[in-house]
Design a protein. Structure first.
Length: 114
């Protein structure tokens, strides 16, 4: 439900969004869609965690620079630190404010395009 609300909010802000059910599906999607400029991921997902997804994503040469915003409902310092070390653009604690996330999205896209 939260994923769908986030997608609707970002689309209302003018962004084109796609969603998948878990990290493995995201990796498969990204392998065939080179027009993705940002990934927003929950840390708690089926199949693999957001952290595992982030680690696998950053190991792929064509996807290493893709910004990733990771969010978690159980954000402890260790999770946050690990996400930063793996190359996350930002790490958010749930619940987050959609306007704050939209500002992060804008900054992430600017950094990716420059």
């Amino acid at each position: 439900m939260a994923r769908k609300a986030l997608k609707l909010y970002l689309e209302h802000q003018g962004y084109d969004c796609e969603e998948v059910d878990h990290g493995a599906a995201a990796l498969k999607f990204l392998a065939t869609h080179s027009d993705v400029h940002l990934v927003i991921s929950d840390n708690r997902m089926p199949v693999m965690t957001g952290m595992e997804f982030l680690q696998q994503l950053k190991q792929q040469p064509l996807l290493q620079t893709l910004p990733v915003i990771l969010y978690s409902g159980n954000l402890v310092p260790e999770v946050s630190e690990q996400a930063w070390q793996l190359g996350a653009f930002a790490v958010l604690d749930k619940p987050y404010d959609f306007a704050d996330l939209a500002a992060l999205v804008s900054r992430a896209l600017e950094s990716y395009q420059s």
